[in-house]
Design a binder for this molecule. Structure first.
Ligand code: DX5
Ligand code: ZN
Length: 220
């Protein structure tokens, strides 16, 4: 059975209303909240840190996925684990040796994910693929919400699914960036198990309905 999960990125949310937004995310029965952590070095933007995540953790039991767009992820793993994250997704392109980072995430008892920028070849995960719970295919260059989906990345989603089957590993493939009902359907048809969506949901009339509609349009 294909996973058909929706993860809501709150990067562009009105943080003054985050309590209400989280209630709406729960009402829309999203599977997780996607926390875009940015350090201003790995990507040219700053977002929020462990303190904000800790506040969110107090408001909901939903799965919290931290997407660490940071140069040195190893330095932040404990802090985001303590803040209540359920999974930590690091970038292959960060300047960290993946083995010790994955060792640490395993020791923390959290799920481990690896994110790949659009220009990064999937072969980059070969050495550690067996240790991953999630592979996140970026369909925008990371740093900002509201960007246009990069169509050329669709092939990488299919390739990631083939790789998982060939290696017989128990990982899921997610797609992140520019996801809406149309691009989400293409990503799901290419094999995506979970879709990360931010602006397409946050800018909708009613967030709970938009979450349900995205799942229905993409995974039905
Ligand atoms: C971009 C982030 C994405 C982004 C998704 O660097 O990793 O999660 O916030 O937002 P939309 O859906 O608006 O592209
Ligand atoms: Zn993200």
């Amino acid at each position: 059975m294909k996973n058909a999960e929706i993860s809501v990125s709150i990067l562009d949310a009105d943080f003054a209303k985050i309590g209400h937004i989280i209630e709406e995310i729960e009402e829309g029965e999203a599977d997780s909240i996607h926390l875009d952590i940015m350090d201003g070095h790995f990507v040219p933007n700053l977002s929020f840190g462990p303190g904000f995540v800790k506040s969110i953790r107090k408001l909901t039991d939903i799965e919290l996925d931290a997407h660490l767009m940071v140069e040195r992820p190893g330095e932040y793993l404990e802090r985001f684990a303590d803040a209540g994250c359920d999974s930590l997704i690091v970038h292959l392109e960060s300047d960290a040796d993946m083995e010790p980072v994955l060792d640490k995430i395993e020791k923390l008892g959290l799920k481990a994910g690896l994110a790949l920028n659009p220009a990064t070849d999937l072969h980059g995960i070969d050495g550690v693929a067996g240790r991953l719970d999630k592979i996140l295919i970026m369909t925008v260059n990371p740093g900002f919400g509201g960007q246009k989906f990069i169509m050329e990345c669709i092939g990488k989603v299919e390739h990631a699914k083939r790789k998982i089957c060939e290696l017989g590993i128990d990982a899921v493939v997610g797609v992140d960036g520019g996801i809406n009902n149309e691009t989400g359907r293409m990503a799901a048809e290419a094999g995506a198990d979970f879709l990360v969506a931010g602006s397409a949901l946050l800018n909708s009339e009613r967030l709970p309905d938009a979450i349900r509609k995205l799942r229905k349009e993409c995974f039905a």
